[in-house]
Ligand binder design. Sequence first.
Ligand SMILES: Cc1cc(=S)c(O)co1
Ligand SMILES: [Zn+2]
Length: 261
Amino acid sequence: TGHHWGYGKEDGPSAWHRQYPVAKGNRQSPIDIIPNEARRDSTLGPIFLKYDQCRSLNIANNGHSVVVEFDDSDDRSVVLGGPLDNPYRLKQFHFHWGGKGCEGSEHTVAGVGYASELHVVHWNAVKYKTYNDAAAAPDGLAVLGIFLELGDDHRWLHMITDALYMVKFKGSATDFKGFNPKCLLPSSLHYWTYLGSLTTPPLHESVTWIVLKEPIVVSEKQLGMFRMLQFNGEEEDQRMRMENNFRPPQNLKERIVRSSN
Ligand SMILES: Cc1cc(=S)c(O)co1
Ligand SMILES: [Zn+2]
């Protein structure tokens, strides 16, 4: 009920602080990553993505993005290593993108954005009993950020774009079994890491960000399929194309970004 947040003029990122004051906090995301200012940290090991036993469940339109959810009832699929003190359980992944031909990533690199950004969300089930507890804790979440740049068709992205017509409207969902996000990774797992937040309300400052340096390549045609999604529900008479669902970079404040070797 009541006025919900969105990406429009009245309800977009510049207005979120009214209902979510943490929007002006000290560890907000995304940020502009400046490679030359990132601290190379030899104590930062590689990250490991153990996704072989992952079990995808469904794909849904939540009115803000398209989300693929996983069975997180055990430690079958986790991310570990790098800046993380223990394994974090795979929960969901979703995307942020721009309008046709425009930038739509959330993190930028030396002021330059990409066409889109994939977020793979994991939670600390070692320290927290539920995802919701973890989502509100300073070391509760680990989100892998992967940039999408425009070029040739991505060999596997069609598995997602082929399903988008089933989740056109807010509140729609459909079965989505047997999808392994490993197929959406670039060849290198070199990364930048820093302490930040969710990039959508409630903007909890609970995320250890791991942003991969190497983008994956998708075609304008494939990315255009995401823009067939709508922010609105089927019953709403105001049709709003789902695009530009990204938050702009936030103040780094007293943080440093570290770089894997
Ligand atoms: C949990 C979660 C994380 C991100 S980054 C997002 O955009 C929405 O929900
Ligand atoms: Zn996100």
